[in-house]
Design a protein around this ligand. Structure first.
Ligand code: AMP
Length: 285
């Protein structure tokens, strides 16, 4: 596996692959990789001739007081996982390589102006999706992939990236991949590492409330208020949990809906102690 630290190294390798007529898949990540990330690489390997993963903790998507500095990092372990899953190149730039202006920021952002990035996670993280769109747009320009792979775990991010690709004519196919969970149901996340054993148990309240809602929908309940109330009650019964949001939104616009028809995204963010975790499901999937 090639380790590239500079944009020029990535571009030179991509030019070689293009000369050979090979297709390229991109898996953007912030590192501290786990089986969720691995599932994206596995999918990319089946769909593309060459797979590039990026491993970069992107400063522009963290707000003040968030966990940018504390975000876990282990590049050596990441490389071992990527290589084992057949990744061909990892792009691991320094902050100044991605943000040449310095200070981990830029004057030029990609920002969706509709309600999409303001809903759900956007309420408490108002600059988050602007940072995500900007770094993903930059990665698309650097790697020029045919396809890019994102997890359904970050469902709002996935919807936003699809919207950005359409609006800016990136010409890249965006592939959403299912949430990978621990055996007990917890959605795997790099941030799970922040949880102490007691919090780790309490964190199950997220996946349990997803299951509760799925069962209600499967049983014919389509009123979002009824289902969301049941989910909230379940989560609130856990003393270590504090709800950021539990919402049902249109899967494309991210606007709230009252009926749980197919394609509706039921999503939540919940603090377990100081750790903010997310989970979701899409009705009918
Ligand atoms: P991150 O490194 O957390 O920014 O995530 C990088 C990519 O991996 C995003 O597209 C995430 O949605 C995806 N991802 C993270 N956790 C999971 C998971 N448990 N299952 C599936 N995809 C995931």
């Amino acid at each position: 596996m090639i380790i590239a630290n500079t944009i020029e190294e990535v571009r030179a390798q991509v030019r070689e692959w293009r000369k050979e007529g090979l297709t390229i898949g991109l898996v953007p990540t912030m590192g501290y990789l786990h089986e969720g990330h691995a599932s994206l690489v596995d999918k990319a390997v089946t769909e593309c001739d060459r797979v590039v993963a990026s491993d970069f903790v992107n400063p522009t998507q963290f707000g003040p007081g968030e966990d940018l500095e504390a975000y876990p990092r282990d590049f050596e372990r990441d490389c071992a996982l990527l290589e084992a899953h057949g990744c061909d190149m990892v792009f691991h730039p320094e902050v100044d390589e991605m943000y040449p202006q310095g200070g981990g920021t830029t004057d030029t952002f990609i920002e969706i102006l509709s309600e999409m990035p303001k809903q759900l996670c956007g309420v408490t993280r108002p600059i988050h999706f602007r940072g995500v769109c900007t770094v993903v747009g930059k990665l698309f320009n650097i790697v020029t992939p045919d396809k890019a792979f994102f997890g359904q775990k970050d469902a709002q991010q996935l919807a936003i990236i699809k919207h950005m690709v359409r609006d800016l004519n990136f010409g890249i196919e965006i592939i959403g991949c299912p949430i990978v969970r621990e055996e007990d149901g917890l959605a795997i996340s790099s941030r799970n590492t922040y949880l102490n054993p007691e919090e780790r148990k309490a964190a199950l309240t997220l996946s349990q409330s997803v299951k509760l809602a799925k069962d209600m929908v499967a049983g014919g309940e389509r009123d979002s208020k009824t289902v969301l109330e049941a989910m909230r009650a379940h989560i609130e019964a856990e003393p270590l949990a504090r709800i950021d949001y539990v919402s049902a939104v249109d899967g494309i616009t991210m606007l709230p809906v009252s009926e749980l028809s197919d394609g509706v995204l039921v999503a939540m963010a919940v603090y377990i102690g100081k750790t903010r975790l997310i989970d979701n499901f899409t009705v009918g999937e």
